[in-house]
Write a protein that binds this ligand. Structure first.
Ligand SMILES: Cc1ncc(COP(=O)(O)O)c(C=O)c1O
Length: 392
C-alpha cells in the first residue's frame, strides 16, 4: 500500500496487512506493555534507536503503529504519532516547537481547551500567544514577531466554522521560516489534506471523525518522519500520553469507513443547514456550505465537501437556544462530534467555557449559539426533529 493509491483504498488497507504467521486479515491487538529482545545487545540497540523495533508500548506498539501508518497515508504524510486524546496530540505537538521565551501566532476560533492551552498554559511556561482577530492571511503575517516559533490554526474552526486559507498560511509560515500546524479535526482527511497545501504538521482529535463511532478517545499528529521522530523521542516519551492498543484497533476499524461516512454526514448537513437558514426563528447559520457564509468560496476551493459541523443562533438568545436543545428528540444533548449519531451542544457553557466571555463575544460565540454535529441518520428525520424543536 502506498501513497499513490486512492483515498478509499488507503482508508481500507493502509498500515495493515495479513499476519505473516496466521494469515489473519485483521490487525491483532498487541495487548502487551513490553517486548522481549533476543539478547542484551539487541535490547541496547532497540533502546538507542540503532535497531528499529518494539521495546515498550509507551515508545511504540504494533497495533498503534498500524493506525499511525494509516492516518499518515490518508493525510499524505511521511509518518504519524498517535496519542491518548486530541488534546494530548495538540499540547505535545505544540511543545515540540515552543519553549520559554517563544511566541505562537494562532487563529482566534479554536477548540476551547486548545485556546486555553495557548492562552493560559503557555504563559505559565514563559511562552506567549497572539490570537489573530480575523481570518485574513495578512493579519497572521503582521502578528509574527522575531521569537515566533509556530503558526497554529483550525479550519473550519470550532464552533463558528470560520474558514482560513490553508495554502496562504502555509506560504506565510514558509516565507518566515516558521513551522505551521493545523487542526484538521472538523474536516478529516477525507475533505482536505493540509500537508499537500504546504502545512508542516497536522493534528487531529481522532476521537471525532477518524474513530467515527463515539466509542474511543484518541489523537494523532502527522508530518515529516524527522518531526515525528523528534515528537516521539523528545516529547511524548516524557509526557507519556500514548494511545492504548485496543483504542488503536477501534480506530483502525472506524477509519476503514471514513470515506463512506463522510459524504452522508456532509449531504445531511447541507440539507439541515438549508432548512435552518430559511427558518423564520433562526437568526444566523454558520455553515460553509451556504453561499452566504463568508468563507464559502474559499471552502469550495480547498475542501472536497463542506463537512457536517455547523452552529446557529435562534431568536431569544440563551433561552431560545436552550428551548431548541431541550426539545430535540433525535439529536443527543451531548458533547463531542464526528459521531454517527447527531449531537447538539451549547458552546458557551460547554466546549468553549474556558474561552473568556469577552473573547467569546468578539468572535461570535454568543450565548444563544447552538452547535450541531450532524450524524448519518436520515436527513428528513433530522430536519423534522429540528422543525418540531423550533416550533411553539
Ligand atoms: C477541533 C478539536 N480539536 C481538538 C479537540 C480535543 O480532542 P479530545 O477531546 O480528544 O482531547 C477537540 C475536541 O472536541 C476538537 O473539537
Amino acid at each position: 500500500m502506498n501513497h499513490h493509491h486512492q483515498f478509499a483504498t488507503l482508508a481500507v488497507h493502509a498500515g495493515e496487512a495479513p499476519c505473516k504467521i496466521t494469515g489473519a486479515i485483521d490487525t491483532p491487538i498487541y495487548q502487551s506493555t513490553t517486548f522481549a529482545a533476543v539478547d542484551s545487545d539487541e535490547m541496547a540497540a532497540l533502546y538507542s534507536g540503532e535497531k528499529p523495533g518494539y521495546m515498550y508500548t509507551r515508545y511504540g506498539n504494533p497495533t498503534v503503529h498500524a493506525l499511525e501508518e494509516k492516518i499518515a497515508a490518508l493525510e499524505g504524510a511521511e509518518a504519524g504519532q498517535a496519542f491518548a486524546t486530541g488534546m494530548a496530540a495538540v499540547s505535545s505537538s505544540i511543545l515540540a516547537f515552543v519553549k520559554a521565551g517563544d511566541h505562537v501566532v494562532a487563529g482566534r476560533s479554536l477548540y476551547g481547551a486548545t485556546y486555553n492551552f495557548l492562552n493560559r498554559k503557555l504563559p505559565d511556561m514563559g511562552a506567549s500567544t497572539t490570537f489573530v482577530q480575523s481570518t485574513r492571511p495578512e493579519d497572521f503575517a503582521k502578528a509574527i514577531q522575531p521569537n515566533t516559533r509556530l503558526i497554529y490554526f483550525e479550519t473550519p474552526s470550532n464552533p463558528i466554522l470560520e474558514i482560513i486559507d490553508i495554502a496562504a498560511l502555509a506560504e506565510i509560515a514558509r516565507a518566515h521560516g516558521i513551522p505551521s500546524m493545523m487542526d484538521n479535526t472538523f474536516a478529516s482527511p477525507a475533505l482536505q489534506q493540509p500537508l499537500k497545501s504546504g502545512i508542516s504538521v497536522v493534528v487531529h482529535a481522532a476521537t471525532k471523525y477518524l474513530c467515527g463511532h463515539g466509542d474511543a478517545m484518541g489523537g494523532a499528529t502527522v508530518g515529516t518522519r524527522e518531526f515525528i521522530e523528534h515528537l516521539n523521542h523528545d516529547v511524548l516519551r516524557d509526557f507519556g500520553g500514548v494511545m492504548s492498543p485496543f483504542t488503536a484497533w477501534l480506530m483502525l476499524r472506524g477509519i476503514r469507513t471514513l470515506h463512506v461516512r463522510m459524504p452522508v454526514h456532509c449531504s445531511n448537513a447541507q440539507k439541515v443547514a438549508e432548512f435552518l437558514a430559511q427558518h423564520p426563528k433562526v437568526k444566523r447559520v454558520n455553515y460553509p456550505g451556504l453561499p452566504a457564509h463568508p468563507g464559502h468560496e474559499l471552502a469550495r476551493r480547498q475542501m472536497k465537501a463542506f463537512g457536517a459541523m455547523m452552529s446557529f443562533e435562534v431568536e431569544g438568545g440563551y433561552e431560545g437556544g436552550k428551548r431548541v436543545m431541550d426539545r430535540v428528540k433525535i439529536f443527543f444533548r451531548a458533547a463531542s462530534l464526528g459521531d454517527t449519531r447527531s449531537l447538539i451542544v451549547h458552546s458557551a457553557s460547554t466546549s468553549h467555557r474556558a474561552v473568556p466571555a469577552e473573547q467569546r463575544q468578539a468572535i461570535g460565540i454568543t450565548d444563544g449559539l447552538v452547535r450541531l454535529s450532524v450524524g448519518i441518520e436520515d436527513a428528513e428525520d433530522l430536519i423534522q426533529d429540528l422543525d418540531q424543536a423550533l416550533a411553539g
